[in-house]
Design a protein around this ligand. Structure first.
Ligand code: FE2
Ligand code: FE2
Length: 408
């Protein structure tokens, strides 16, 4: 998928058909089979070497990375938290990030969909608990005030599709419980993507966007409903009981968008978030053997690629319409988001059967981080460079999502 998606995005951003495809590999191709090392993937940071933002280190967790528990402690300097809270790229809630008190919650990485909670001051740093469920195809987060917003979970059957016939009781209990947890996390994120596209549609209307973009946003919203249902179905299967979303809070979620602000959000949530999600879901699908997981990931991978194209098309349109101020905001958003991806320090989940984990559609944290870095190097960074260097003129009529010709 890597080459195809890059060629399609290159077409959208106005660089024409991209022919310099020396990379024959897809995300993770031939890379990490059999790896479940328990080591964080942060050591791979900087592999891209493109885009000029790799040196910032992003959300450099200093404690617990590479640990053996899914609940970890991450510590950040007060300076880093204040800087991140002030630049709009991350988010700090609760106490507000003063030098005297740590925010109660902290979200340094808009594309990871992971928040840090229970902030407390330890040895001059703000330390947080993070229970990372091993998020896979994260997709488009619903960010409110810089932090991802999710609905709760209820015992309900109406979001569950036809139950799979395959029995999962042969899985060891720890792996099965972890699969239920991981797919439930994905389900909540897919459900949140519904809200994100609903808001994006309103933003498109407010900004006077072309009908092709509005139409694509509406279709994407419908896709996300199916993604959420597929993931709730998988989560329910492993949990052994039906699960679905509860109500979702919408306070503070809507506002009057600016072209630069909407474009920067689309960079974080779509150009980066959904491009990563598409390639990650494709890699998960390629390693999965369980038919139900493969079926769900097959659709998610294809749809997320289309959603990524929509985001790139919107950003291209916004830059052409808004000129240099919008292009500068887009450049900043790419720098911040890519630095955060490169600076991620995931820790591995302990006590699971890694082969079964992959068979049922999941990747280890090291594999996931490697996939993200490959996606940044092979797709996002070069496409961002092409977009930012394109002439500030109106996009061609066929530069709408889905209009890109298939690479020959
Ligand atoms: Fe999705
Ligand atoms: Fe999506």
């Amino acid at each position: 998928m890597t080459r195809d998606l890059r060629a399609r995005i290159m077409h959208i951003v106005g660089a024409g058909m991209f022919t310099g495809l020396s990379l024959a590999v897809g995300c993770l191709d031939g890379a990490v089979e059999g790896a479940n090392t328990g080591t964080g993937a942060g050591g791979q940071g900087g592999a891209a070497g493109q885009g000029g933002a790799g040196g910032q280190g992003g959300a450099a967790g200093q404690g617990g990375a590479g640990g053996q528990s899914s609940v970890q402690t991450r510590c950040f300097s007060l300076e880093e938290i204040q800087q991140n809270a002030g630049d709009g790229g991350g988010g700090a809630g609760g106490a507000g990030g003063s030098a005297e008190a740590c925010p109660s919650d902290y979200h340094p990485n808009p594309v990871s969909c992971v928040s840090y909670e229970n902030g407390r001051l330890e040895d001059g740093q703000c330390c947080y608990d993070v229970d990372d469920p091993g998020i896979g195809a994260c997709g488009r987060p619903f960010l409110v005030g810089g932090a991802p917003r999710l609905a709760g979970v209820e015992a309900r059957a109406d979001w569950v599709l036809d139950p799979a016939a395959d029995d999962v009781t042969a899985l060891d209990p720890a792996t099965r419980a972890a699969l239920a947890e991981a797919w439930l996390a994905d389900a909540r994120l897919e459900h949140a993507s519904l809200a994100s596209f609903a808001r994006f549609t309103l933003d498109l209307l407010a900004l006077g966007a072309p009908p092709a973009l509005i139409d694509a946003a509406q279709r994407a919203l419908s896709d996300e409903l199916q993604h959420a249902r597929a993931c709730f179905t998988l989560a329910s299967r492993y949990a052994g009981r039906p699960l679905g979303p509860g109500p979702m809070a919408m306070d503070g979620a809507l506002g009057a968008p600016t072209l630069a602000g909407a474009a920067a959000s689309a960079v974080r949530e779509g150009c980066v978030g959904e491009t990563l999600a598409a390639l990650l879901a494709s890699a998960q699908r390629d390693r999965a053997r369980d038919p139900e997981a493969r079926r769900g990931l097959d659709r998610i991978a294809a749809d997320e690629a289309a959603h990524a194209e929509l985001a790139w098309a919107f950003v291209r349109w916004a830059v052409a319409r808004g000129g240099e101020p919008v292009r500068a905001a887009v450049a900043r958003a790419f720098d911040e988001a890519l630095a955060q991806v490169r600076g991620a320090h995931p820790g591995e989940r302990a006590g699971i059967d890694a082969a079964a984990w992959r068979d049922h559609g999941r990747l280890t944290e090291a594999e996931r981080a490697r996939c993200h870095l490959d996606a940044v190097r092979d797709v996002i960074a070069p496409c961002a460079e092409a977009l930012l260097s394109a002439p500030l003129s109106a996009p061609s009529p066929d530069a709408s999502p889905g209009a890109a010709a298939s690479p020959s």
